[in-house]
Design a protein around this ligand. Structure first.
Ligand SMILES: Nc1ncnc2c1ncn2[C@@H]1O[C@H](COP(=O)(O)OP(=O)(O)OP(=O)(O)O)[C@@H](O)[C@H]1O
Ligand SMILES: CC(C)(CO)[C@@H](O)C(=O)[O-]
Ligand code: BAL
Length: 275
């Protein structure tokens, strides 16, 4: 497994690893890897001959007041996990390599970037879209694997790739969950024991709401009930919304996506499920 920190070395390694018609699948991450990330790596393995994983905690997608300094980091553990997962290339640029002095170009996305995470974290998707576009360009990835856990992010990336005619295929991967239903997330390790025990109430409550809506209950009333239940248990919900899966506009009937974000102590939990 090659560990690459500068762009020239990455370009050389990419050219060698992908000589002939060998394709490269990229898994973009911010590190602190867990089972969810490793499932994405396995999907990348199945999709292409060469697997690259990027680890970059992108300052551009954190707002000033956010948890950039608290973001979990575990370089040694990450590299060991990637080695056993059969990763070929690890791309780990530092901040000046990604954004050299004078860097002034940003990708601005409207449409699915508006509302929800885009409202709670202004500038977040500008940072995500900019870094992902750069990662696609740096690695010349043929395929890039993204988790459905960050549903809005996935729709934003689909939009960017379509709008900028980027030659990369986006491969979504279903959300990987702990045994008790909580979506795996790097931020889960910041939960205290009591919060960790409470956290699966979020997916359980979402499931109850979806079952009721499928059985004919009015979505607005069901979502209000779900939000009240979470609040009563100690969560501070940011939103609970039923939307069109690709555009994130209000649900019109047919396939939908239930999006949820709720704070539990100092941690924001994110989840979503298909209707
Ligand atoms: N439980 C999961 N199931 C499937 N994909 C996941 C899961 N958790 C993260 N991913 C995906 O892994 C990629 C990298 O995500 P990231 O490094 O931000 O991990 P994370 O655990 O989501 O971190 P955070 O706690 O910041 O949300 C993204 O495409 C994300 O959707
Ligand atoms: C896609 C990503 C790696 C871009 O920094 C990040 O938003 C993430 O980890 O989901
Ligand atoms: N998993 C999405 C990256 C972020 O929360 O900033």
């Amino acid at each position: 497994m090659l560990i690459l920190r500068d762009l020239q070395a990455l370009r050389r390694a990419r050219a060698e690893a992908c000589a002939g018609a060998r394709r490269l699948a990229l898994v973009p991450t911010m590190g602190a890897l867990h089972q969810g990330h490793l499932a994405l790596v396995a999907a990348a393995r199945a999709a292409a001959e060469t697997v690259a994983v990027s680890i970059f905690v992108n300052p551009l997608q954190f707002n000033p007041a956010e948890d950039l300094s608290r973001y979990p980091r575990d370089e040694e553990g990450d590299l060991a996990k990637l080695e056993s997962a059969g990763c070929d290339l690890v791309w780990m640029p530092d901040v000046p390599t990604m954004y050299p002095p004078g860097s002034a170009t940003r990708i601005e996305v409207a449409g699915p970037a508006q509302g929800y995470e885009g409202a709670v974290r202004p500038e977040h998707f500008r940072g995500v879209a900019t870094v992902c576009t750069k990662l696609f360009s740096q690695t010349q990835a043929d395929v890039a694997v993204f988790g459905e856990k960050d549903w809005q992010q996935l729709q934003v990336i689909n939009r960017v790739v379509a709008d900028l005619d980027l030659p990369v295929r986006i491969l979504p991967h279903p959300t990987v969950r702990e045994g008790d239903g909580l979506a795996c997330s790097s931020r889960n390790q910041l939960l205290g024991p009591a919060e960790r025990a409470l956290a699966p109430l979020l997916p359980r409550t979402m499931q109850v709401a979806l079952d009721a809506i499928r059985a004919g209950a009015a979505p607005a009333a069901e979502l209000a009930r779900a939000e009240a239940r979470l609040r009563g248990a100690g969560f501070a919900p940011d939103y609970l919304a039923l939307v069109e899966p690709a555009t994130l506009t209000p649900w019109q009937g047919g396939p939908g996506r239930l999006l949820a974000a709720a704070r539990l102590g100092a941690v924001r939990l994110l989840d979503n499920m298909a209707l």
